[in-house]
Design a protein around this ligand. Structure first.
Ligand SMILES: *[C@@H]1O[C@H](CO)[C@@H](O)[C@H](O)[C@H]1NC(C)=O
Ligand SMILES: *[C@@H]1O[C@H](CO)[C@@H](O)[C@H](O)[C@H]1NC(C)=O
Length: 591
């Protein structure tokens, strides 16, 4: 009987689709708290990684649902947790995550940020590009091989879902002797020494983002806490810490540890030549691995995180605690704002040399991407929010009101349009009229199109991203799906005046701007400074439809291009994956 009532209730909610507000599904404070930190995390795969042992299958069940935190704040959670369960596996393990969407009226997908998805491009988690969105009540089973070691994380594709709490760490370990910088530290305990920074909002963003241009978080959190995260250490050792900026908005973070310089050893899961610094700057989606030596007087030290950009003025703290130290008083007194900002060096990672040399390339295909804020003439009906709504087949272009917005960030004068069929799986089902080739966007009259750069495997593509700055003073962070890119050059106009494409090419081709072709860092997340540019280069190896996106550029309209690298996906696989629109699995009515 109970089961039936529940089923009816779900059906009622479904038929009411579009009208019911998310809030009406929120559990009350009394019956839902975020407490059980072990729920849903499979500890069987968290282990020291050894040579010559079989990789494991590591299976996780994730249920994404609305919840209420202990302090009464609403959140979207995985298994009632935010951040979600930590995934820690060994190199070559198979990661299987069954994601169930229990968020009414919302589609979700999970993106594995930085994971190459070698041979599994349909596991990249971009709705209508690599898969059909997971509609309310249904499940998608992600499965991929942890093919590279390092610090990664996962998050929902939607900025609002991630901002409301759906993100977590993904650490891929390998046998210690394979770690290039193993000699620099004694302890690498990712389960205790990962600091993942998120932003918190007093209200849910989900369902409230449309038409909102500038969003500012209310505070920052480290592993979900403003001040309570503790890193326990012993005096006289080197500790590898993994830092993750898991914020979806344009919110760079400065991170430092009181009186403890850091040695940067990797960024975006790519080993770097070690650099010592007082503080690091982490852009949204970026990760850094640092070594901290506990060579200070035994005691407690604040780890300070302070926001820039839309997070300017916000801060969060964690504690680095030497064993035996009683931190009660430290916690009561709180951090001392004056002693904290007392550091000389702040280091960004995209200028740092990679540990490995790059092979020289014979020729490159250069593609210019002009990034700026524009004021396109929209009719309401032009605006596409389709990837956030369900029922793709019914409404390929879902209009939304865009009245309050005057300008929006664009690439080559266009906003990205999510297609009406999953591009990777069913390219022939995508309406040809909505596609425009990168560089030829002005042939398309609509303000949005599916911007595709057709790459050939093994050609060298060089993207020159120019943040020209005629209409904006903002810098923007981009994320490349699938493969990492070499960051060859980054430049910001010291005169602080806008730069045009021709000026950028002049500066770049005449070697006025320093280029690093010898050992450029390999990154999946990089910043394009305002009134400046960033040049990235890569050789596509893995077939797939890979987004190069700026999620933090705009919550209004997507800012991205799709880099398509030919691949033929077996029909068997395509048939096995859920199809769009009508996918309502049987288990919806049985749980
Ligand atoms: C830690 O310090 C507090 C305050 O000084 C004290 O009340 C508490 O008993 C101490 N705890 C331990 C374990 O010594
Ligand atoms: C950018 O900054 C300049 C000077 O600091 C200011 O005059 C201009 O209005 C700003 N532009 C925008 C779009 O905010």
């Amino acid at each position: 009987m109970k089961l039936l009532i529940l089923s009816l209730c779900i059906i009622a909610n479904l038929s009411n689709n579009g009208k019911a507000s998310l809030e009406s599904f929120m559990p009350t404070k009394d019956n839902m708290i975020l407490a059980d930190t072990t729920k849903g995390s499979d500890k069987s795969c968290s282990r020291p990684c050894k040579f010559n042992v079989k990789p494991r299958r590591c299976t996780y069940d994730f249920e994404i649902s609305p919840s209420i935190e202990e302090n009464g704040r609403p959140a979207l959670t995985i298994n009632n947790l935010t951040p979600g369960p930590a995934i820690q596996v060994c190199l070559h393990d198979i990661v299987i995550v069954k994601v169930k969407n229990k968020v009414p009226n919302q589609d979700v997908t999970l993106h594995w940020h930085g994971v190459e998805q070698k041979g599994t491009p349909y596991m990249d988690g971009v709705p209508m590009i690599t898969q059909c969105p997971i509609v309310f009540g249904s499940t998608y089973e992600y499965a991929f091989i942890a093919s590279s070691p390092g610090t990664f994380f996962y998050h929902t594709d939607s900025v609002s879902h991630q901002s409301d709490g759906v993100y977590g760490s993904l650490i891929v370990d390998q046998p210690q002797p394979l770690e290039p910088h193993a000699s620099l530290y004694d302890y690498d305990r990712s389960e205790e020494h990962t600091l993942m920074v998120g932003a918190k909002f007093n209200e849910l963003l989900t369902g409230h983002l449309e038409g909102v241009n500038q969003i500012r978080p209310d505070n920052l959190v480290v592993n979900g806490d403003e001040m309570d995260t503790k890193i326990f250490v012993m005096q006289g050792y080197g500790y590898r810490l993994r830092l993750i900026n898991a914020i979806a908005l344009e919110c760079p973070l400065l991170i430092n540890v009181e009186r403890h310089p850091m040695t940067i050893i990797a960024s975006d899961a790519n080993p770097l030549q070690p650099v010592i610094t007082d503080a690091v700057r982490l852009y949204p989606g970026e990760r850094m691995d640092v070594v901290v030596r506990t060579d200070q007087q035994s005691g407690g030290y604040w780890v300070r995180v302070s926001g820039e950009g839309v997070c300017e003025g916000l801060s969060a703290h964690a504690m680095l605690l030497y064993s035996g130290f009683n931190y009660t008083t430290m916690l009561e007194q709180g951090p001392n704002p004056e002693s904290e900002t007392n550091y000389d060096t702040i280091t960004d990672s995209q200028h740092l040399p990679s540990l490995r040399e790059a092979s020289p390339v014979p020729s490159v295909k250069s593609v210019y991407l002009s990034i700026d804020k524009n004021s396109p003439k929209f009719k309401d009906a032009d605006i596409d929010f389709s990837y956030r709504s369900d029922a793709m087949s019914k409404k390929p272009f879902f209009p939304a009101v865009l009245s309050s917005v005057k300008s929006v960030v664009q690439i080559n004068g266009k906003n990205f349009l999510y297609p009406d069929a999953p591009y990777l799986l069913k390219p022939r089902d995508v309406h040809p009229n909505i596609i425009c080739n990168v560089g030829e966007e002005n042939e398309q009259m609509e303000p949005q199109c599916l911007q595709v750069l057709k790459a050939q495997a093994n050609e060298v593509i060089e993207l020159v991203l120019g943040n020209e700055g005629f209409n904006t003073n903002d810098s923007y962070t981009f994320h490349m799906h699938g493969q990492k890119m070499q960051v060859i050059a980054t430049w910001q106009n010291p005169k602080n005046v806008p730069v045009s494409k021709s000026e950028i090419y002049k500066l770049y081709s005449e070697d006025i701007v320093t280029r690093n072709e010898r050992n450029p860092p390999l990154k999946d997340t990089f910043v394009v400074p305002n009134k400046g540019f960033t040049v990235v280069r890569y050789t596509p190896i893995y077939g797939g439809s890979w987004l190069l996106e700026c999620r933090s550029c705009s919550t209004i309209l997507p800012v991205a291009i799709l880099i398509n690298v030919p691949i033929s996906i077996p029909k068997l696989v395509i048939d096995a994956l859920p199809s769009c629109g009508n996918y309502r699995p049987a288990d919806l009515l049985l749980n």
